[in-house]
Design a protein around this ligand. Structure first.
Ligand code: GDD
Length: 392
């Protein structure tokens, strides 16, 4: 039996995703018409003998209640949101629900970050994991040497695929092979995390009894049950024949900023072309608009037949797209309105916003005004062209 756990963080995480995460928890922001976390959840459906999916985070429970019940109905998998009383770190969060996770007596625990966008090759990873026979298998990908330092960099044995060396966001270049934030573990992971918590407790006790404490305050200022998967678990276990890698040659991106969500939305749309083409708009039926490339249009959206849409466009519920509007590579959120002949390229149009003559709760883009690659906060009127700006 297998259990899947998706780490969804909490309101103090994901700060680079602002202002979008002011209105909605980041894991629920729509990409290709579905909440970000819906994509890894539906990938979990392909895990053989999956007993349960847990979402672990410190967002308010009510924010996830509706989503969790509707997606577990839709996919016919039991899904539960487990709320931490405070942030415990990526490994500490998992550990704090170990009893509940072990109730199903799983042989494998799949652990996924919510803010990565990829094809989640979980069954293939499981085959590799079984073959290696280790405690854990990490999904990895090659990135450009310039961007590698934003991630956990690692070195693996080219023959056995054993993880030999792991360093989280290093200052000097180590490797262009990086950690994708998708793992399979055996339940032994809990013993490994417990080892770290015990060590941290002992260290904290030592500090308390020595005068050292005043000189060396805990810079993280966090309790001993705060454990990070990467630094505290993966780094020390590297080179001990316990961790192995599985390299994906498919697409992989991290979703930390609003700009990345546009890119990832388009990546998921092009994946739909292969795995769920029925979700893509084809210009037939009531929509009749001219569609090019991969486009998602919510059934309740109203799109004028003369609008030209795509590629890489996702249109959410109750959005209205006017005559002659042109949309390329963008996310149009619920209740937004794109008026006649407006052009929206590489943008996110916020909930209830209006492009053309009228406004969102407050952003007003006047007729014929061009907004390129910018972030505009509420209560702004744009009457001149803006490019590459953040307007606060
Ligand atoms: N429940 C819970 N509680 N989740 C958490 C907590 C916590 O206290 N802290 C982090 N998370 C979740 C985040 O929501 C995210 O899904 C995942 O754990 C990892 O977040 P971070 O620890 O902030 O790391 P990161 O995203 O900067 O980098 C990690 O992922 C990269 C891949 O996207 C690292 O593992 C990198 O090595 C890796 O390349």
């Amino acid at each position: 039996r297998a259990i899947a756990v998706i780490m969804v963080g909490g309101p103090t995480k994901g700060t680079r995703f602002r202002p979008l995460s002011f209105d909605i928890p980041k894991p629920l922001f729509p990409l290709a018409g579905q909440p970000m976390v819906h994509h890894p959840i539906s990938a979990c459906k392909r895990i053989p003998n999956l007993a349960q999916i847990y979402l672990i985070g410190f967002h308010e429970e009510r924010e996830f209640a509706l989503f969790v019940s509707s997606v577990s109905n839709e996919l016919k998998v039991p899904i539960k949101y487990l709320k931490e009383d405070k942030p415990h770190g990526s490994a500490g969060g998992l550990y704090s629900f170990r009893d509940q996770i072990m109730e199903d007596d799983p042989s494998h625990i799949f652990l996924l970050n919510c803010d990565v966008c990829c094809s989640f090759p979980l069954p293939e990873m499981l085959d590799a994991h079984r073959k290696y026979g280790g405690m854990g298998t990490i999904l990895v990908v090659k990135v450009s040497p310039e961007s590698a330092s934003e991630f956990g960099e690692l070195v693996a044995d080219p023959v056995t695929n054993e993880l030999l060396h792991y360093i989280e966001k290093p200052e000097t270049f180590v490797s262009d092979l990086i950690n994708c934030g998708v793992y399979i573990f055996t339940p032994d992971i809990f013993t490994a995390i417990e080892g770290v918590t015990t060590q941290q407790k002992n260290r904290a006790n030592l500090r308390r009894v020595s005068s050292f404490e005043a000189m060396q305050p805990d810079t993280r200022n966090l309790s001993s049950d705060y454990v990070r998967l990467d630094q505290d678990i993966l780094s020390p276990l590297a080179g001990k024949k316990q961790l192995y890698i599985y390299e994906t040659k498919d697409f992989w991106e991290q979703i930390k900023t609003p700009g990345m969500s546009i890119k990832c939305s388009a990546l998921y749309l092009s994946q739909f072309r292969h795995i769920s083409p029925q979700l893509l708009a084809n210009g037939d039926g009531i929509k009749k608009a001219s569609i090019s490339g991969d486009v998602y249009i919510h059934p309740s959206a109203k799109v004028h037949p003369t609008a030209k849409i795509g590629p890489g466009v996702s249109i959410s519920a109750n959005a209205r797209i006017g005559a002659g509007a042109r949309l390329i590579n963008c996310i149009i959120l619920d209740d937004a309105e794109i008026k006649e002949n407006a052009v929206v390229i590489h943008a996110i149009v916020g909930w209830k916003s209006s492009i053309g003559r009228w406004a969102r709760e407050s952003v007003i883009v006047e007729d014929e005004v061009v907004v390129v690659n910018s972030i505009v906060l509420p209560h702004k009127t744009l009457n001149v062209r803006v490019q590459d700006e953040i307007l606060l």
